[in-house]
Design a protein around this ligand. Structure first.
Ligand code: ADP
Ligand code: MG
Ligand code: ZN
Length: 611
């Protein structure tokens, strides 16, 4: 549709020009500041000699008087101005001496008439042309509706390669194999190996699935069609399926090639799981994908790669042999991978000598690749903001805080009373977190609000944790209740502050019992351990356990939380004096880092857990 654009603007220009020309012609004949007079007046003025000039243009006579006034009058077309004036009684000699000029209007008038006459005609033609064009373009749109919007990548520019993907070694290894497959299929076919049809990349958001797919495109040197699952889903029934058909037809024509379906969970959910409108469409789309994947003729090398962060909700039919039977897990980066990812993302950022990426990798447990990339970007922004040429360690550390906790809201006004409440609340968390061995070390306590929270207590693990034990769950619960207990002990009543703390506590306590078997109910996962109601699928039977079990579970949840509460209260009551000291300092300081906080505890013994 691009090439039609100039034509369209040309047409518009022509129309505008015509309108301007027409209006100027119409208005030019009526000079606004001149006054119409009768022929008699003209004659009188001629006699008294006040006329500076007379110009005749067609049947119009324009007069300019010596005092600058302008007048005009009309005569019959055929009449001669000299005769007219004589007939009106002006002396012949006077007439001869008048400064009369006569303009040739013949050709002018012809063109004027022609143009004016053509305007309506041109307008109509223009209008029709315009209508036809828009009709045509909407027609085009309708025609391309069922076409896939897949983007074809094979440009040399800004190519992503496996070098851009740090860490994720296992995933890369598997995918290298697939790239090899596309490059030298004979090698595999000769030995009787079947080429995989579908590969599914599974991993949490931000772990680099899309990045990996782009790297495959860059490495494979074959056409790469990329589409996102959500692009299949449109308002109109049947569009998704026809887009799938179109995509696969294109791909087969370009074999060997790769089709990449990002976020396949948008279409690949359990069939029959949807509720209300829209699910039929998804089912059709999914069915079409399955049909197409089954229908690859031997000899065509089309590999379909899909990515998702919700493999649990995918339709089992998708994962059957012959479809997406290869599953490549892209995990959260470990220490070594984090360092490599940091390196990749500091390639184009000048770093100060003192920057130790290994140390930063250590302090960013739980960061995904996307988080790390975001971190380095924030650090660079911070350095630039302070007009520095290089990114320092301090910039990066500040940014870690920002990435995890959100930016500080220094402008939020807090009354003295609220400040005090926040300080005691946070110190309550921090105190318990510091004293219980199952909690992560305190990294920062602050009463400057972040996001929606009033203040923040930030504890960070020293080392990677893959498992959480029952005792550290219990310690965490006590710590989470520390704010609530502190408010109760020091202010005699609690506020809405602990709202999200309490939610967290309830959720975790329930998970301990229903998912992890951490109660005397035994090693039973209730509700199949699935706490998410996936629309429709388990609607109506959210619980797959009895009312009696539900009551038992509720009882255990309550007990667990109560125990945590008791422990928290005991610790706070025991350390009341210390808490007042820390809290009052925190009110003055607003921020306290882990070391500063730990200094208060020189003399306090860490109590042994009694469980
Ligand atoms: P996903 O698709 O898994 O949600 P993306 O591939 O979109 O994640 O990753 C988002 C961004 O995070 C990437 O563009 C990249 O900058 C960064 N990133 C993620 N993982 C890695 C990695 N392993 N190496 C380098 N950069 C990464
Ligand atoms: Mg993605
Ligand atoms: Zn709290």
């Amino acid at each position: 549709m691009q090439p039609q654009k100039p034509k369209n603007t040309f047409l518009t220009l022509v129309i505008i020009a015509l309108v301007i020309a027409a209006s100027s012609m119409i208005f030019s004949s009526g000079q606004s500041n001149s006054e119409q007079v009768s022929l008699n007046v003209l004659a009188e003025e001629s006699k008294s000699g006040v006329i500076k000039s007379i110009s005749v243009s067609g049947n119009r006579i324009n007069l300019e008087l010596i005092d600058g006034k302008k007048q005009y009058t009309y005569k019959e077309d055929s009449a001669n101005i000299y005769d007219l004036l004589e007939k009106a009684g002006v002396d012949k000699q006077v007439v001869a001496s008048l400064p009369i000029s006569i303009e040739n209007t013949e050709s002018n008038a012809f063109w004027q008439e022609l143009l004016v006459g053509m305007i309506p005609f041109l307008l109509i033609v223009g209008f029709f042309a315009f209508m036809m064009r828009s009709a045509q373009s909407s027609n085009n749109q309708a025609m391309s509706f069922g076409k896939s919007k897949a983007k074809l990548y094979n440009s040399e520019k800004q190519k992503t390669t496996f070098d851009d993907v740090a860490g994720a070694h296992e995933a890369k290894e598997e995918l290298v194999e697939i790239v090899d497959f596309l490059k030298k299929p004979e090698k595999y076919v000769k030995i009787g190996a079947k080429i995989p049809k579908g590969v599914i990349l599974v991993g949490s958001p931000g772990t680099g699935k899309t990045l990996l797919a782009r790297a495959i495109a860059g490495e494979a040197e074959v056409p790469f069609f990329s589409i996102s699952g959500s692009e299949f889903v449109e308002m109109f029934v049947g569009v998704g399926a026809s887009r799938v058909r179109d995509l696969f037809t294109k791909a087969k024509r370009n074999s060997p090639c790769i089709i990449f379906i990002d976020e396949i969970d948008a279409v690949g959910r359990h069939r029959g799981a949807g509720m209300g409108g829209g699910h039929d469409e998804r089912e059709q789309t999914l069915n079409q994908i399955l049909t197409e994947m089954d229908g690859f003729e031997t000899g065509t090398t089309v590999i379909v790669i899909a990515a998702t962060n919700r493999p649990d909700i995918l339709d089992p039919a998708l994962l059957r042999p012959g479809r997406f039977d290869r599953r490549v897990t892209v995990g959260m980066p470990d220490l070594k991978s984090r360092e490599e990812i940091l390196q990749v993302h500091s390639r184009n950022k000048p770093l100060e000598e003192s920057v130790d990426l290994a140390k930063i990798a250590k302090g960013t447990i739980g960061f995904s690749g996307a988080d790390l990339s975001n971190l380095m970007n924030e650090a660079a922004i911070l350095a630039a903001k302070n007009n520095k040429k290089k990114v320092s360690m301090h910039d990066i550390e500040q940014s870690i805080e920002k990435v995890i906790l959100g930016p500080e809201k220094k402008s939020k006004v807090m009354s003295e009373k609220e400040k005090k409440l926040t300080a005691y609340h946070e110190v309550g968390h921090a105190l318990i977190g510091h004293l219980l061995p199952g909690c992560d070390p305190i990294h920062k306590v602050s009463i400057i609000s972040r996001g929606s929270a009033g203040g923040v207590t930030w504890s960070r693990p020293d080392e990677e944790k893959n498992y959480v034990t029952k005792s550290s769950f219990e310690d965490d619960l006590a710590m989470a209740l520390g704010g609530y207990v502190a408010e109760e002990v020091f202010f005699g009543e609690t506020s809405t502050g602990p709202y999200s703390d309490l939610q967290q506590v309830a959720k975790r306590a329930k998970a301990m019992i229903t998912k992890f078997g951490m109660s005397d109910l035994g090693p039973i996962a209730f509700g199949s351990g699935n706490d998410e109601v996936f629309l429709g699928k388990d609607f109506g039977h959210v619980r797959d356990y009895s009312e009696a079990s539900a009551a038992e579970i509720d009882k255990r949840v309550r007990e667990t939380i109560n125990n945590a509460y008791k422990r928290a209260k005991e610790i706070v009551l025991k350390n009341k004096k210390l808490m007042i000291k820390i809290s009052e300092d925190l009110i003055k300081q607003e921020n306290m880092n882990g070391e500063e906080f730990a200094k208060y505890f020189k003399e306090v013994k860490i109590p042994k857990k009694d469980k």
